[in-house]
Design a protein around this ligand. Structure first.
Ligand SMILES: *[C@@H]1O[C@H](CO)[C@@H](O)[C@H](O)[C@H]1NC(C)=O
Ligand SMILES: *[C@@H]1O[C@H](CO)[C@@H](O)[C@H](O)[C@H]1NC(C)=O
Ligand SMILES: *[C@@H]1O[C@H](CO)[C@@H](O)[C@H](O)[C@H]1NC(C)=O
Ligand SMILES: *[C@@H]1O[C@H](CO)[C@@H](O)[C@H](O)[C@H]1NC(C)=O
Ligand SMILES: *[C@@H]1O[C@H](CO)[C@@H](O)[C@H](O)[C@H]1NC(C)=O
Length: 719
């Protein structure tokens, strides 16, 4: 029963009812005063059950929607389940902004924090968001459920919501989700707020021709479902014990996800032991509507009522309806509120920017008194654009032009086109002519890639390319800073005077400062691409609707595991220095599978720890820098075809000084070595394994697993 989730949360963690607005429940005067619900010595679960027991069927039914009316007779106020906080508390219907609550920290979007490969940072971000969310709730300005994070692996570069996710890799997404959920809900058994992992499952298409998220039937092999599309949800449900999971609009192999007892009951509830009454499944908004007989939907049922029945029976606990209960947006003018986390935020903002290209070490810029910057492009002075989708009001916004001026640079600013539409280039050319260095702020923004809007191509916007070509003719050094997710950088790499390319994703409220700190070398870049940058021809070779990851015939396959012709590969990212490394010191050259399994005490065999993998890194250059140790596994074990490589372990190493050697130990487990067979079983195979460090490789270590293959997780078969 979904409603007990919020009660369990509140009763467990809060001694008294919150100060204003929302009552959960009111124990001071309501009819519950003498009920077990209000006995603060009783266990929270018992109190929540008592409350549910006090509700009649009509009360319960009325409360199965996101804008729940509550239970006024017993002092339980209306409850809006729909609150968003993807990268900071968002402007969204469950949240009332204003007064002291006019601002909340707006972190970089997930795609940018994904590029940090830094679990501790993600945990801190989740903690700040959860703490601010709880403060909004305590003031009666928000509810306790937040439909965050988005953990669908970023399968296709056209997807409009890819930037809401930490990227295309399963291990990165799992670890990012674990850290974020732990931070947001709080590390202990009681929750400060409830996080929601979405969208379960195989959701990563908004619209492609007449196929939309409301009617798309994602056909996924069992092997790739278990190996790629489900692991982030397994992490959330089984291992992180997230409070809630949102089921997706799309169907998976013929059954809409919100009406699929196989996905919701057999796998999520039973196989992943996500059985606590306080854990609930919520439908994506209007997903239940579109699985019935609605125009444009799945037409899986002949009526709306039948759709509702199918969804509830499958195990969906709460239905979000976007078509009713709309509350006006309450965006209010900026005023520094109680939630100014600027200091913390600043420290966090600078680690997800990726240096893609810097062939002559032009960056970092060494400014002098005659340096003047032409800052050109659609987001050079547009701080709003840096936030990305599902945003709220930040306590401040620093765009790149403002940041450069505050650093003392002479800046000549001109805007530039966002999309293909032709626009005058004369202001940009004049600004460039007056300057000795050009910084171009290009790429795409979240009006181009956004919820309900996929792209049909992934080329750099043509208007920007022609402006860059024109500027390049001036013969001045150019730095290109790209926002948004995928565009094919090939035409930019071909321009003679482009000295460096940085990828900033959606860098958040202080993104302008972060970018300028990297350009001037105040901060060294160490982010890594959490996605493959594909050539623009990819979209004609890989139909958007084809969910397969493995290549076949002319189909090139997807993600760095299978795709060979990347413009920039997953994991790519340059530094202002160089590193050398040794990997595998002290690790056994051979391990016996039966010995490993016999010695493991974990409940789930895939979580059994392996001996730590040591990496010794040496900074061979002249600048202090962070270093992300990426450990990829390759080898011809398990079912063919074999992936090129899979990320098996990673660890961010902080502030390595020039000439300094640092040893780190990467934690990993049986699951990181395993492969998934065609029946969806996760299996540890004997064979020769090579752990390759970094992209491109700078070291490797080879070891063997002996013994007989062993199933770590036997997968329940569909009917
Ligand atoms: C409240 O709960 C505690 C613990 O379960 C119990 O010992 C106590 O009797 C209860 N108080 C009342 C008034 O029911
Ligand atoms: C299933 O979850 C419950 C509650 O979280 C826990 O007590 C139990 O040990 C779990 N069972 C397994 C097999 O992990
Ligand atoms: C100062 O910097 C500009 C470009 O930023 C460069 O053209 C010029 O040569 C530099 N002057 C000195 C004295 O280094
Ligand atoms: C890193 O090493 C390469 C190869 O020796 C060299 O070309 C490059 O300039 C170095 N980069 C830095 C930032 O020192
Ligand atoms: C491992 O490194 C050795 C040299 O250090 C190299 O010859 C070999 O190709 C590398 N293997 C892989 C799989 O990268």
């Amino acid at each position: 029963m979904a409603f007990s989730a919020v009660l369990g949360c509140v009763l467990a963690s809060l001694a008294t009812s919150v100060s204003a607005g929302v009552k959960y429940p009111d124990c001071s005067s309501g009819a519950l005063r003498t009920n077990l619900v209000c006995n603060t010595s009783a266990p929270p679960e018992a109190r929540a059950s008592a409350l549910v027991a006090a509700m009649g069927n009509s009360d319960k039914l009325a409360n199965l929607v996101n804008n729940a009316p509550g239970f006024p007779r017993l002092g339980l106020s209306a409850y809006q389940w729909w609150n968003e906080a993807l990268h900071g508390i968002a402007i969204n219907r469950g949240i009332t902004w204003g007064g002291q609550f006019s601002a909340a920290t707006q972190f970089p979007q997930a795609i940018t924090t994904g590029a940090t490969f830094d679990d501790d940072l993600i945990f801190q971000i989740g903690t700040v968001i959860g703490t601010e969310a709880r403060a909004f709730a305590n003031a009666g300005r928000a509810h306790l459920d937040f439909w965050t994070p988005n953990v669908n692996p970023f399968r296709d570069p056209r997807w409009g919501r890819g930037h809401e996710t930490p990227g295309e890799d399963v291990l990165l997404t799992k670890r990012w989700a674990a850290a974020f959920v732990k931070g947001m809900q709080g590390p202990g058994p009681t929750h400060r707020v409830i996080a929601t992992c979405k969208h379960y499952a195989a959701y990563d298409l908004e619209n492609s021709g007449s196929t939309t998220r409301f009617n798309f039937n994602a056909r996924v092999s069992l092997q790739e479902l278990v190996e790629y599309y489900l692991p982030p949800f397994q992490q959330c449900a089984r291992d992180s014990k997230v409070g809630s999971i949102m089921c997706a609009y799309n169907a998976v192999n013929g059954v809409p996800a919100c009406a699929d007892p196989y996905l919701i009951d057999t796998i999520l509830r039973k196989h992943w032991n996500w059985t606590d009454d306080n854990q609930y499944v919520v439908s994506d908004c209007d997903a239940v509507y579109y699985l019935g007989n609605a125009n444009g939907g799945h037409r899986f049922k002949s009526s709306y009522n039948a759709a509702i029945g199918a969804s509830l029976q499958a195990g969906c606990d709460n239905m979000c309806w976007a078509t009713s209960g709309t509350q006006p947006n309450a965006a209010s003018a900026f005023s520094a509120g109680a939630f100014n986390q600027a200091t913390l935020d600043k420290a966090m903002l600078q680690s997800g920017i990726v240096l893609l290209h810097n062939p002559s070490n032009y960056l970092p810029l060494s400014p002098n008194s005659t340096t003047s910057l032409a800052m050109i492009g659609f987001w050079a002075n547009a701080a709003d654009k840096m936030l990305g989708g599902y945003s709220g009001t930040p306590p401040f916004k620093h765009d790149p032009v403002t940041a450069a001026r505050s650093m003392g640079f002479t800046v000549n600013y001109a805007t530039g086109p966002l999309t293909q539409s032709s626009s005058s280039t004369s202001a940009a050319v004049t600004a460039a002519e007056r300057s000795n260095t050009i910084i171009f702020f290009g790429g795409i923004d979240n009006t181009v890639e956004k919820e309900s809007q996929d792209r049909s191509n992934i080329a750099w916007p043509a208007g920007q390319v022609s402006l860059l070509q024109r500027l390049s003719q001036l013969g001045k050094p150019m730095i290109v800073v790209r926002m948004g997710t995928h565009v094919d950088d090939t035409p930019i790499l071909a321009l003679p005077n482009v000295k460096a390319i940085l990828w900033a994703g959606y860098p958040g409220q202080d993104g302008g400062t972060a970018v300028m700190n990297i350009i001037t070398g105040a901060v060294s870049p160490a982010g890594r691409l959490p996605v493959t940058v594909y050539p623009s021809s990819f979209t004609s070779q890989a139909p958007f609707t084809n969910m397969a990851l493995r290549p076949s015939g002319t189909y090139p396959g997807r993600t760095y595991r299978w795709y060979k012709d990347a413009v920039f590969p997953f994991g790519h990212g340059l530094h202002y220095t160089n590193f050398s490394a040794v990997v595998g010191r002290g690790f056994p050259g051979s391990l016996d599978i039966q010995w490993l399994v016999g010695g493991c005490k974990a409940t789930y065999l895939d979580l059994c720890p392996l001996p730590l993998m040591k990496v010794t890194v040496l900074n061979t250059g002249e600048r202090k820098s962070d270093y992300v140790a990426l450990g990829f596994l390759s080898g011809e074990f398990g079912p063919a075809p074999h992936p090129i490589k899979t990320l098996a372990a990673y660890q961010r190493v902080f502030r390595v000084a020039p000439g300094e050697t640092r040893e780190v130990e990467m934690a990993w487990n049986f699951g990181n070595l395993a492969r998934v067979d065609e029946k969806g079983n996760t299996v540890l195979y004997p064979g020769t394994y090579t752990l390759v460090l970094d992209q491109p490789a700078i070291a490797n270590f080879t070891f063997t697993l002996t013994g007989t293959e062993t199933v770590l997780d036997e997968w329940p078969q569909p009917r």
